[in-house]
Design a protein around this ligand. Structure first.
Ligand code: ADP
Length: 396
């Protein structure tokens, strides 16, 4: 077991900075996922830890040792990659034990380690099978067992489940969590799949353009994203973003207003452009307003497309008066909102309805830098909440 520390690690290629001044402190025994869009620098970060790539600048420590200049074999790490390369002419036992045999371990020790590893990944009774006789999931387990027998201080896994079908991926996720519990070893895991990261990690490191955006437990990344990028990346479907201006009595977008006292916000003042973020599950039909501790005033919308998912329905809502505008990649347009409702909802397409936003789940981001200004604005003024309740009760 060992902690892994990256201090100001940068990796530049000729015209690309793949990893940009990365500082990471991964604790002993922790399961940390590196997530981010394709090309953000996840694999390069991993390769610098493994010793497959030399950082342009910075220091990498594993335990107390500075390993920056050590070759991969001396770092105490074992790797599992997306493309598992098993030796086709060797059975499972030989595949798992190959590295140990190369290092001249004695037969008894090899047997002990192979037995333990195959037990952990549930390959008992399959040690004499050839790779071609195994399913994708079983082959991936052989690759993991091959890493386990090395008894490394740190496991590095780069998208190890990416080539498996969806059902098997979910199953293997559980297996990896079990494996982590059993081995109690530091695991650093690369994925672009935020659902994988949410379910498995102790902490998620969100990376964009080579830069670390946030490293926190999954629910902290979900509930308190440090900036607009993390807010959009973590959570599926992604958070709604509406461009607003901060007025003396609250937020104003092209189509609705949210009461709040700008003095309660640190980091933004009247006249500032901000992005208002709200997750689909925090948008409610107005009838539900009185179930919320604090909600915005009703917002008039027209329902657009409905997507029934079985356990919920996604309802696309067109906001009145908002023009088409530019959005960040992966975000929905600012003139629409996505709402998640119960599957028994009778909402239909092209309905004119009123919705409210759960004020305790609002997020505000700086219009320029994208940095978070506030999460949860419960103090939105009694007037808005009262009018939402009156509306839901049929009052005027
Ligand atoms: P990810 O794993 O997040 O998809 P990578 O770490 O593979 O991203 O790549 C980060 C960036 O560095 C990308 O722009 C990629 O094209 C670039 N890159 C990675 N490896 C090399 C290389 N050997 N030579 C040049 N550019 C590279």
């Amino acid at each position: 077991m060992a902690n892994v520390t990256l201090e100001h690690v940068t990796k530049s290629y000729e015209d690309v900075v793949a990893v940009d001044d990365m500082n990471l402190d991964i604790r002993d025994g922790e399961f940390v996922c590196l997530v981010g869009p394709s090309g953000c620098g996840k694999s390069t970060t991993m390769e610098t830890i493994a010793g497959l790539t030399k950082p342009t600048e910075g220091t990498i420590k594993i335990g107390d040792r500075d390993v920056t200049k050590l070759p991969p074999k001396d770092r105490g790490v074992a790797m599992v990659f997306q493309n598992i390369a098993l030796f086709p002419h060797m059975d499972v036992y030989d595949n798992i034990s190959f590295g140990l045999r190369l290092r001249d371990y004695d037969k008894e020790e090899i047997d002990r380690r192979v037995e333990r590893a195959s037990d952990i990944v549930q390959l008992e009774g399959m040690l004499d099978r050839m790779p071609e006789e195994m399913s994708g999931g079983q082959r991936q387990r052989v690759a993991i067992a091959r890493a386990i027998v090395r008894e490394p201080d740190v496991f590095l896994m780069d998208e190890p489940l990416a080539n498996l079908d969806a059902k098997l991926r979910v199953h293997m996720r559980t297996e990896l969590q079990r494996l982590h519990k059993q081995l109690d070893t530091t695991i650093i895991y690369v994925t672009h799949d935020q659902a994988e990261a949410m379910t498995m990690s102790d902490r998620i490191a969100v990376i964009n353009s080579g830069e670390l955006q946030q490293i926190d437990p999954p629910l902290t990344c979900y509930n308190e994203p440090t900036n607009r990028f993390v807010a959009g990346f973590i959570g599926s479907p992604s958070m709604n973003m509406v461009d607003c201006e901060l007025a003396p009595d609250g937020l104003e977008s092209d189509s609705f207003a949210v009461d709040l006292d700008p003095a309660t916000l640190s980091g933004a003042g009247v006249g500032d452009h901000v992005a208002l973020g709200i997750r689909p599950e925090d948008v409610y039909p107005v009838e539900k307003a009185d179930e919320l501790t604090a909600s915005t005033a009703p917002i008039e919308v027209t329902t657009d497309v409905l997507e029934p998912m079985g356990d919920e329905i996604f309802v696309y809502l067109k906001l009145e008066g908002a023009p088409e505008d530019e959005t960040m990649e992966g975000e929905r347009s600012s003139n629409s909102l996505l709402m998640s409702v119960d599957p028994d909802s009778d909402i239909a397409e092209d309905d004119q309805i009123n919705v409210v936003l759960d004020a305790s789940k609002l997020h505000l981001f700086d219009g320029d830098s994208g940095d978070a200004i506030a999460h949860g604005i419960v103090d939105i003024g009694a007037a808005a909440a009262d009018s939402a309740v009156a509306e839901s009760e049929g009052g005027d």
